[in-house]
Ligand binder design. Structure first.
Ligand code: GLU
Length: 428
């Protein structure tokens, strides 16, 4: 039987244990989620029919602080996926030293099949169902795949109605007018960009001679492609859920992004003002994009993209995981044998939750930061922790993923011990 996503996620922890000494208490605590909530959400559809949707909210571990993590709207949302995502959030927050544990939520739905009003009723209904389980000091949701600022705004509003108190710190990724933070929308991509830049500088590489393929053109992928383009990297391929476009000489990402935003179609275009012309390109499948001969591959879509089936066909020099869980453990082993380094999700995509932390701090203080302050603080967090992960990997000669888990585990271990361990009780 194929392994579940959570079994695969846990394997990374087992691997890290070979290189760090962790108490049994920490391991026991991290072996299963603290709580898993499954809810039914009744929604009145525009047709007048009543439809029930299934939602989840998982709090994986709160030893280091209130749980934190996004809410995903996707047909693939199921308990195993949400638990795995909450597990990754626990380690991600520890890698970045944010005072949070890990959580995640989701609704099993194809959001594109709903009208705007149905989407709003579903989002408010989800908060009605989970309101007793979240809160600024308990569990703080945020956006994830197919959720955005507007949805976070509805959710904060619904929570505030239920509590009869305006509570911006219950959710992050909100619209600016409802207590959102400047720089949150671009934070995941910006964080990934800082990790890429730190690694490229370490390797003495120049952007202009570095080719990149980005899988996924959502919030993270599209903004990352643009940041890399602006920094003069040669972005040769990008894709959305329907397929990829490829141009050996590089794509004009601002034009591609403008065209996708205005027409919803991903096309290799060059635009002057609002006039866009198709340029020379090849169309590829998402699978073919992953196998391109590029210097950098940035899977920025969804989990399980690089697996035992295609890992031996990957030709990229280095992989930066912008999505959560795009590489399976089996693929990790194959890539390692082939000398392809993988920079892990729990470091690379942590910029989003880092600026979520800044947003939560601003909400609690009632004092809002400038973009300069958000941007420089984000850079500082990302570069500092990336360098720590790089040195753990080099000192122990272990893959970057294992190094990131070792780094996170030492912080989780400190928090578990601070609350009292077996030794502490027995020796009293
Ligand atoms: N969904 C994002 C992630 O997977 C952001 C979570 C947050 O901001 O809390 O990291």
């Amino acid at each position: 039987m194929a392994e579940t996503l959570f079994e695969n996620a846990s394997k990374r922890l087992q691997e890290a244990l070979k290189y760090t000494k962790i108490s049994d208490d920490t391991l026991v605590r991290l072996s299963q989620p603290k709580s898993t909530l499954k809810v039914s959400i009744p929604v009145r559809m525009d047709s007048g029919d009543l439809k029930i949707f299934t939602g989840y909210r998982v709090r994986y571990d709160d030893t280091r602080g209130p749980t934190k993590g996004g809410i995903r709207y996707h047909l693939s949302v199921a308990e195993d996926e949400v638990v795995s995502l909450a597990f990754w959030m626990t380690f991600k927050c520890a890698v970045l030293n944010l005072p949070f544990g890990g959580g995640k939520g989701g609704i099993t739905v194809d959001p594109k099949s709903l009208s705007r009003f149905e989407l709003e009723r579903l989002s408010r209904g989800y908060i009605d169902a989970i309101a007793d389980f979240i809160g600024p000091d308990v569990d703080i949701p945020a956006p994830d795949i197919y959720t955005n600022q507007m949805i976070m705004g509805w959710m904060m509003d619904q929570y505030s109605i239920i509590k009869r108190q305006i509570t911006p710190a219950v959710i992050t990724g909100k619209p600016l007018s409802m207590g959102g933070s400047v720089g949150r929308e671009s934070a995941t991509a910006m964080g990934a960009f800082h990790v890429i830049q730190t690694m490229m500088q370490k390797q003495g590489r120049e952007p202009a001679s570095t080719t990149v393929a980005v899988q996924g053109f959502g919030n993270a992928g599209s903004i990352l492609a643009e940041l890399l383009f602006n920094a003069e990297y040669k972005v040769v391929a990008v894709s959305d859920s329907k397929g990829a476009i490829y141009n050996e000489g590089g794509l004009d990402i601002p034009s591609v992004k403008y065209y996708k935003e205005s027409t919803k179609e991903l096309k290799a275009v060059y635009c002057v003002g609002t006039v866009c012309n198709i340029v020379d390109h090849e169309t590829l499948t998402n699978e073919e994009l992953l196998e391109l001969n590029v210097d950098i591959l940035a899977p920025s879509a969804i989990e399980n993209q690089i697996t035992g089936v295609n890992a031996d066909k990957i030709k990229a020099g280095i992989i930066f995981e912008v999505a959560n869980g795009p590489t399976t453990p089996e693929a990790d082993d194959i890539l390692e044998d082939r000398g392809i380094a993988v920079l892990p999700d729990i470091l690379v995509n942590a910029g989003g939750v880092t600026v979520s932390y800044f947003e939560w701090v601003q909400n609690r203080k009632g004092y809002y930061w400038t973009l300069e302050k958000v941007s420089s603080s984000l850079k500082n967090y990302m570069v500092t922790e990336a360098e720590k992960v790089f040195s753990i990997a080099e000192e122990n000669k272990i893959p970057y993923r294992t190094a990131a888990y070792v780094h996170a585990l030492s912080r989780l271990e400190d928090a578990v011990s601070a609350k009292g361990t077996k030794d502490y009780y027995i020796n009293r």
